[in-house]
Design a protein around this ligand. Sequence first.
Ligand code: PEP
Ligand code: MN
Length: 338
Amino acid sequence: MVIVMIHGAEEEQINAVITRVEGAGLQAHVSRGMEQTVIGVIGDKRNYPEVLGLEVMPGVEKIVPILQPFKLASRTFKKENSLVQAGKLVIGGDTIHVMAGPCAVESREQLLETARQVKEAGASILRGGAFKPRTSPYSFQGLEEKGLKLLAEAREATGLHIVTEVMDTRAVEVVKEYTDIIQVGTRNMQNFVLLKEVSNVDKPVLLKRGLSATIEEWLMAAEYIMAGGNHNVIMCERGIRSFETYTRNTLDLCAIPVVKHLSHLPVIADPSHGIGKWRFVPAMARAAIAAGADGLLIEVHTSPETAWCDGPQSLNPVKFSAMMDDLRKIAKVMGKNL
Ligand code: PEP
Ligand code: MN
């Protein structure tokens, strides 16, 4: 349920409600909007009778039940779009942020050169995997901490922010030291132990949609992170499994307006993994922005033909730059900057 406080509710009244909720063994998540403060109540449903009568407490306007299973992630909890602060950047506002870079960090030269080129083309965030979730155990698994150090060096050299994946609870500590945004990949969307771990971290989480996850399951994964106290979640549609085999996955563009309707969280799209062929990535990137995406994740490699991972879906810097020019036009139509 959501407790909606009256306009101008006093701090004391808000605190009294929180104390009552917490005293009943439930959690109170406060969201201070421009107009009103609302308090999301979550926790074991068996404790709900303990907070009966809340609506008569001073400063309380009304109690609104949240009908969806995802609570803190829902629009009922928060009407306004969430703005996720990632370092100096704000995701979910008027600026579309493009996160670009190689699938995997391979070497200093590769990463620094890619970083320089994507920055020049207008990206604000550098992506690159140091821990790679590969289908085959014989494929390159990532440079691990050495890769994280190279990402930090690239940030230092270019001023780009960093997003990189964490696959394992044991690596959260080290990854969070180096990155601005922690990525939870498609294969780990329902790794609940990992979701709980990143819910304790003071860094935004980019949550990729599971490759066979429904929108509701995806929002429930976001709920895990938020319930643990980290409300800075960025949803990333990266394509789902379908009967189609020509493309690597099916980028579910429907999910962009649907999630933005159901939730206040920012939504970005990853057309690179979504379609899996570089030739079609720009068209899907344009479509994602037209559908209302708050950002994009794009794989870029200085030499896609020799990439250690995901070369066929990677744009080279020249093609990336041309795509960015087109995206600026679509962003403008959508009333956004890029
Ligand atoms: C990636 O971003 O390189 C990646 C492995 O993505 P996904 O989890 O969407 O497959
Ligand atoms: Mn990849």
